[in-house]
Design a protein around this ligand. Sequence first.
Ligand SMILES: Nc1ncnc2c1ncn2[C@@H]1O[C@H](COP(=O)(O)OP(=O)(O)OP(=O)(O)O)[C@@H](O)[C@H]1O
Length: 251
Amino acid sequence: MAADTILQTEGLTKDFRGFRAVDDIALTIQRGTVHALIGPNGAGKTTCFNLLTSFLSPSSGRITYKGLDITGMKPAAVARLGLVRSFQISAVFGQMSVQDNIRIALQRRRGHSYDFWRSQRTLDSLNEEAAALADSVGLSDFLATPASALSYGRKRALELATTLALDPEMLLLDEPMAGMGHEDVERTTELIRRIARSRTILMVEHNLSVVATLSNTITVLARGKVLAEGDYNTVSSDPRVVEAYIGSGHA
Ligand SMILES: Nc1ncnc2c1ncn2[C@@H]1O[C@H](COP(=O)(O)OP(=O)(O)OP(=O)(O)O)[C@@H](O)[C@H]1O
């Protein structure tokens, strides 16, 4: 494992009752980069993503994070190592305000679980940090707003804030732009760019213009295998990639 590699997979394979969804994938993610996983429908992106966060166990192969073999570890243990998946781990409570949602997440990082209810003082001690996090995702004007009253894009921003409250070193984002309108996509792109300044990000994303804007490296999957890898210009001009997308009716 090279010194600046944060996550690596070797021979990563997943079979579903005889169907090979992920086939011998070798990924190397460099620390401090934004790495995108793309590919036509059914390429194996989600399966690969689920393997990386231990939501699925591989049929064979190995995953190494910061030099540590994390294959088969429980998702929570992986998260504690700083490899955190957004939108799944972070629950947002609709009736609670933006501020309270973020304060709960901050409490969780400190391992206090839900006993924060006991002390208003403990909660208040998190106000500053919560405000800073809300600000970092563009929600400073919404601190008192119940999460359920936020627009879809802002809800996703709140989810991101609650994930960032765990202070992950590496963030795995599953289609961060899914279901967003143009304005939210732009805001979220900027947000991810800012987050990426101090973190490593791996994302599965269908919006290719977002991928082009944000990614340092792109791995293209097709039929469970790595088809191409490189920067956006390299992979988008690769005839095999163009064909894979056209063949799937995606282009
Ligand atoms: N639990 C499962 N059981 C059986 N087959 C599965 C399972 N999960 C995924 N597959 C199959 O594995 C293949 C890869 O699926 P996956 O969801 O990883 O692809 P994807 O690239 O994320 O696709 P999409 O872009 O449509 O989300 C598909 O053919 C899918 O039907």
